[in-house]
Design a protein around this ligand. Sequence first.
Ligand SMILES: [Fe+2]
Length: 273
Amino acid sequence: MNLEDHLGDIIRKAATMNHVSAAAAANAAGISENELAALEETGSSAKKINFAALGKILGLNPQKLEGIANGWLPAKKDLSIWREIRPFTTTGENFSVNCYLVWDEVTRDAALFDTGLDAKPILETIAAEQLSLRHIFITHSHYDHVEVLPRIREASPKARVHSGSKHAPVDQRNKVAEIIHLGGLRITHRDTPGHAEDGVTYLVGNWQEDAPSIAIVGDTIFAGTMGNGNGAWDLAKEKVREQILSLPPETLVCPGHGPLTSVGEEKEHNPFF
Ligand SMILES: [Fe+2]
């Protein structure tokens, strides 16, 4: 799976975040404005880029930015050490979105994190694996993450919905310091607003064989990049730093778009941090 953002997307995001004009960014990069526009569009540049100056003006780490330009990807994850987690990627027009089904191997109690755009593969897995869907956790209420929630709830009416939205019915709102037990697994949450006002990161821990905890982060951070700050860039970055990058490096990071990654890899390679 490609990164959610290519080099050009990252440059565009960082320029918006830091109110840097195209002229200033092009000047720092050592290319023309037209060449910058082409780079933002395609993600690559025929001309050599001055990453040191461009990173500086955009508030991006130059070495990490150059790493992205050179094709960095997070290491492919062997999910068999977690019993069990299953990612689903569903596709809309020009984009795809991830959701995740997690279950306790022994009790078969399951939790779904976001729904994506298609209920079918999720419901098929629940049936094939003979799971009971107990909980549905919403990372944020942007439509691509919750599109088929009604369909899933119809199929599993007893599943409890969890959300960070203050517009959600009271019994669906996350409670401070609440711990949800899913068989032997433990699920907690951390508020991570910024990309979305109701952004939440869920942590699943206490796995068999000491497998690392997993963080289901929605659109707060993606492998090598981050979610659109939607006008709250500082808050978005602060929450990633404070609530996600502070987790142990081996923590598996499961984002709403793009490939799986880990806290350690993001600290080392994500140019926004
Ligand atoms: Fe989103």
